[in-house]
Design a protein around this ligand. Structure first.
Ligand code: 3H9
Length: 711
């Protein structure tokens, strides 16, 4: 017999119930827990001493993280998934119809099925602690809220606010949840228990909350009238299709579940919700998104190096180079990790510009209400700068983000070593130079490492950590842990040209130039890749990165890997004509005031090739995607990433590889090594050896092998 998850005691007519799954890191609702819920509420219903129920979590930082995802990934059929959803609904229906008031005190993550439970309760009190996050993230797992969430949330907060939450799979801090009406009271954590018990007592004595619902004319027209709602649903469907390109079925079916429930009534709505949940839970898209959830969760705990010692605490960060990257790193570090940041550049004007750019990140968070005015003031005060190394004497970690040149970086390294304590780590934000080469100038090479951030730092969630040949394991663990404190998803990669991300992007970007020379249209190629699932197309990416930067990276990759990475002549022609991309106002596209103004048609004349409409869409997609998969297979074979998991998560978080495809390596598995080899060979025969399938793939095809175990 395992210990029960639910326990209760009765005090002054109130049953105080605590959920604490023994041995589990967070509370989740599994079938066993569901049975306990049913038993518990049955007992409390029959117990005449109980006149109200107050419900809490026994976990310090989570309320309930939702249904047990491990359990529903094992589901094999639509019918089984539908039953699971209907079972959850039935349990929560009992809570909703419980004849005595049920009041819930929420502290920590209250997500998915956990929030659906709270919605079924009669009164919700939440703490105003940052750990209290409330929402319905199911869409991010490719499913929909299937325990009544699609029915109860719109009835509580109105259809617009509910769709906004459900369709984005959003979680909100408690303060916003309170503003929206998702919770009834907001309290300091120290008061949660007493305020919840007081609410239970009031309700026991007959008091009932009054919830006015959405206010104002828009609320009245759009949330309450059938024509208004019809408009809301039409708009939502259009927005979803625009955002997802139709690749993700869950949001569209969630709209249908909400719509049907509001027009046909709660019980019909629940039935439709369960049926649609059943359909979604067994889709390939959902499987892929759940795999990503587990992969990122596992990565969060990975110290980055086998048998790593505990990471050292980084209290003070120093940054050399206050340009776009340095400022991005500084701003993100103070905002996320709350460390002291000291920035240095050659002159005070640059330092001031860097501090301003770092501060912009904090201002943006304040504007979006991600931090309070008080937190904003506190973190702004953590930023400082100078045109000298003053203040570096107390740094635990120094990140350099200076000009991409070996001699410059080595000079900075020597200067930093002379001014920092022996324990300080020197991290280079290089994207092309081997860390081991930079460390050749070091007196403490064991404390030199690569931390490759992506631009813009505040937005791109990935960080590559690159140990050099002599980097100490403790330094790796510290860089990984600090990267995570900065809110990054961290992968540890080998010190080889292009590391992982630029390496697999290399052939993709290279092929763009060849496509142009073969008569492709810039916007057409971008549209095709967006349709395939990328957030933006390759020409837009190149413009964002900067054509000069892309050319430099391509040069490094070509030097290392030869012709398959040789940039097509087109890139050089554009760079020498001053078309450096977005930052210069012109690249493949034209830009004005930061906005895209369409393709710069004169690019075609500059290259001497006009679009000829001769390329088939399927061919364009294959020419861009297959070499990326080929390069990924080759790099995995060389051990550039430690596991296929790291490789896929890197591509998803680094440049937006379509999540519903799971990542380049999962996608390669889906296509199968044999088919990939055949397709690459055909392209190689037609267009040249840059497409030749790599040995690693050929070998996999021969052995019928995969990157991930089947099933
Ligand atoms: C749902 O509710 C469907 C319903 O609508 C309808 C059903 C009929 N299940 O992330 P952490 C594990 S779908 C199973 O490192 P943190 C996690 O794998 C669900 N396991 O902690 C890890 O395990 P391990 C909707 C779960 O503090 C451990 O807990 N809910 C679940 O950084 C610690 O996790 C979600 O999508 C789960 N639901 O973050 C929420 N949740 O230690 C998913 C966590 O063995 N969860 N685990 O590796 C989260 O977002 C974060 O885990 C949370 C905590 C914010 C809760």
């Amino acid at each position: 017999m395992t210990a029960p998850a639910l326990t209760w005691e009765i005090r002054d007519g109130i049953a105080v119930v605590t959920l604490d799954r023994p041995g589990a890191p967070v509370n989740t609702i599994s079938s066993a827990v569901k049975q306990e819920f049913i038993g518990c509420f049955q007992t409390l219903e029959q117990d005449a001493r109980v006149r109200a129920v107050a419900f809490f979590s026994g976990k310090p930082d989570t309320f309930i993280a939702g249904a047990d995802i491990e359990e529903f990934v094992r589901i094999g059929s639509t019918a089984e998934a539908e039953r699971l959803s209907a079972g959850g609904q039935e349990m929560l229906d009992r809570v909703a119809r419980f004849p005595k008031p049920v009041v819930v005190g929420i502290h920590g993550a209250c997500l998915g099925g956990g929030f659906e439970f709270a919605l079924a309760c009669h009164y919700r009190v939440a703490t105003d602690h940052p750990k209290t996050q409330i929402g319905l993230p199911e869409i991010q797992l490719g499913i929909l809220p299937g325990a009544g969430g699609c029915q109860r949330l719109p009835r509580l907060v109105g259809v617009r606010a509910a769709l906004d939450m459900i369709l984005a799979g959003k979680t909100e801090r408690a303060a916003k949840a309170f503003r929206l009406g998702m919770v009834d009271e907001l309290v300091h954590p120290a008061l949660l228990r007493s305020v919840t018990l007081a609410a239970a007592k009031r309700m026991m004595d007959g008091w009932r909350p009054h919830r006015p619902g959405p206010r104002g004319l828009a609320g009245l027209l759009l949330d309450r009238t059938p024509p208004g709602r019809a408009l809301v649903f039409r708009t939502a469907r259009r927005q979803v299709l625009r955002r997802t390109g139709g690749h993700y079925p869950a949001p569209l079916l969630a709209i249908e579940a909400v719509r049907h429930g509001l027009s046909a009534g709660l019980s019909e709505g629940l039935k439709r919700e369960a049926r649609l949940f059943g359909q979604l839970a067994v889709t390939d898209v959902s499987r892929k998104l759940v795999q990503i959830f587990f992969a990122t969760t596992a990565l969060k705990k990975d110290p980055g190096v086998a048998g790593a010692p505990a990471p050292a605490d980084v209290k003070r960060l120093a940054i050399v180079g206050a340009g776009f990257m340095g400022a991005g790193i500084g701003g993100t570090a103070v905002a996320q990790a709350g460390v002291d940041v000291r920035m240095k550049d050659a002159d005070l004007a640059r330092v001031a510009a860097g501090l301003k750019a770092a501060r912009d990140i904090l201002d943006d968070r304040l504007k979006r209400r991600r931090i309070t005015r008080y937190e904003h003031q506190r973190v702004v005060a953590l930023l400082s700068g100078a045109d000298s190394y003053a203040g570096f004497g107390r740094a635990d970690l120094v990140i350099e983000a200076v000009f991409e040149d070996l001699a410059v970086k080595q000079k900075v390294l020597r200067e930093v070593e002379a001014r920092t304590p022996a324990h300080a780590i020197f991290a280079s934000n290089t994207s092309t130079i081997p860390i081991t080469r930079i460390a050749e100038a070091a007196t403490r090479p064991d404390r030199v490492i690569g931390m490759h951030f992506f631009s813009p730092v505040a937005k791109v969630p990935l960080l590559e950590i690159i140990p050099g040949a002599r980097t100490a394991p403790e330094v790796v663990a510290t860089a990984v842990a600090f990267g995570r404190r900065m809110g990054k998803t961290v992968i540890v990669v080998q010190d080889a040209p292009g590391f992982w991300i630029n390496r697999i992007l290399g052939p993709y970007v290279t092929e763009v130039g060849h496509l142009l020379l073969d008569g492709a249209r810039i916007d057409e190629v971008d549209r095709l890749m967006v349709d395939w699932g990328f957030p933006v197309g390759p020409f837009t990416v190149a413009d964002q990165v900067g054509l000069d930067v892309a050319e430099k990276v391509a040069g490094v990759l070509q030097a290392a890997f030869g012709e398959r990475m040789a940039p097509a002549a087109s890139l050089a022609a554009l760079v020498s004509a001053g078309r450096l991309g977005r930052k210069a106002g012109r690249g493949f596209y034209r830009y004005e005031g930061g906005r895209t103004k369409g393709v710069d048609e004169s690019v075609y004349a500059l290259l001497g090739r006009q679009p000829n409409g001769g390329l088939r869409p399927g061919e364009v997609v294959q020419r861009l995607v297959l070499p990326m998969l080929n390069e990924a297979a080759r790099a995995v074979g060389e051990g550039i990433v430690r596991t296929p998991r790291d490789g896929d998560i890197g591509a998803l978080f680094g440049f937006g590889f379509p999540p519903f495809r799971g990542g380049p390596l999962r996608h390669a598995d889906d296509l199968g090594a044999a088919r990939l080899v055949d397709d690459l060979q055909r392209l190689s025969d037609q267009l040249g050896p840059r497409f030749a399938p790599c040995d690693a793939l050929r070998d996999m095809a021969r052995r019928d092998a995969r990157f991930y175990p089947a099933g």
